[in-house]
Design a protein. Structure first.
Length: 348
């Protein structure tokens, strides 16, 4: 191996699920298939500096910087990640790493950086593997990057490529697998190819439940098996919707998925309410705006209180006016992020 020292930089986006991944088994494998829009503006940029060690010791060697400042609090998470991926990347212990990372979105905004962060790091590690072994095809490169990212954070495997990504094996979706995310292979109507996502930061507080604990609540959850089957059914139904551009049917699936994710948490043992009063107010406002104007705007949620407002690009002016007039009041410090469907990670 000639790779003695150097660096790689990748910018990887966040993603927002339409059909949600909630519940896992085994080595970070999903209990049900999911599909997401890859985002564009919300992203993590990571530089991995590597230097060959003369005597690889037992522990992984690395330092971490967030926005230029040492970030030791992230170390255990990255150390666990290295342990998990070590058998797939045996070269790791031969190097000392400096990992420099920064996010395009504000810290403690309640936007999870794990998907974009783990995906950016996985891509940097793949670039090093490529440098060492030299003969990885582009397809294998991105496939393994997604596989490795999955071991860091499940949903991170959907943050490698654009624009719609499926993770989890589904009988009707060619190439789909539990092991990594694949570009959605079906036809996608133009309306969905430029979809907008304005993220309302209604609650910037710390997450009440970590996603690891949240997934754990699906073990022994009374509705788990039915929910896992429903996710597959919703993914089946979404295929035709994506092809025909039926925004009304899209809304019905996406909003129900978001509320089902929260319903699972509200009915777990223990149970949690992750919406805030502002989340509910925003949802009601979106519903009445849609009813009054006929504009096909809808919401989706992650495992928190922030609201993703999804709508076609052609409705941008009307929706932004609505957001600025009626929804900004619910955002902490009036903060929201304008994002849209994106093309996936890029090497810088
Ligand atoms: O990737 P994790 O373990 O943080 O899980 C996140 C799951 C949701 O964001 C709530 C849903 C999804 O499919 O992205």
């Amino acid at each position: 191996a000639t790779a003695t020292s150097g660096s790689f930089t990748w910018r990887a986006p966040s993603n927002i699920a339409l059909v949600k991944y909630w519940g896992k088994r085994g080595e970070q494998l999903p209990a049900n298939p999911s599909v997401s829009f890859t985002l564009d503006a919300c992203a993590t940029t990571t530089t991995l500096r590597y230097k060959k060690r003369e005597y690889p010791d037992d522990d992984f060697g690395f330092e971490l910087y967030l926005d230029g400042a040492v970030k030791d609090s992230f170390k255990p998470k990255i150390n666990d990640f290295f342990h998990r991926i070590g058998k797939y990347m045996p070269f790791l212990k031969h190097y000392h790493f400096t990992i420099e990372t920064s996010n395009s979105f504000p810290h403690s905004s309640g936007i999870a950086s794990s998907a974009s962060g783990m995906s950016a790091l996985a891509l940097c590690l793949m670039s090093l593997e490529q440098e060492i072994s030299g003969n990885i095809t582009e397809e294998d490169f991105f496939r393994k990057a997604s596989f490795i990212a999955r071991l860091g954070s499940g949903s991170a495997c959907r943050s490698i490529r654009g624009e719609l990504v499926v993770w989890g094996s589904h009988p009707e979706i060619a190439g789909s697998t539990d092991l990594y995310g694949v570009a959605y292979p079906g036809k996608v109507h133009p309306v969905f190819r430029t979809y907008q996502d304005t993220i309302l930061l209604v609650d910037r507080g710390e997450k009440q439940v970590s996603s690891t604990a949240g997934h754990g609540l699906m073990h022994g959850h009374p509705f788990a098996e039915r929910r896992f089957a429903q996710a597959s059914e919703n993914l089946s139904a979404l295929q035709q919707v994506l092809e025909t551009g039926d925004t009304e049917a899209f809304i019905a699936i996406v909003e129900r998925e978001a509320l089902t994710l929260h319903a699972m948490m509200m009915t777990g043992k223990p149970y949690f309410i992750l919406m805030s009063p502002a989340t509910l107010d925003v949802i009601r406002k979106i519903w009445s705006f849609r009813k009054e104007t006929g504009v096909p705007v809808c919401f989706t949620l992650d495992a928190g209180a922030n609201v993703h407002v999804l709508y076609p690009e052609s409705e941008k002016e009307a929706v932004m006016e609505f957001i600025n007039n009626e929804l900004v009041a619910y955002c902490e410090k009036g903060h929201y992020i304008c994002d849209r469907i994106g093309g996936g990670a890029v090497a810088l």
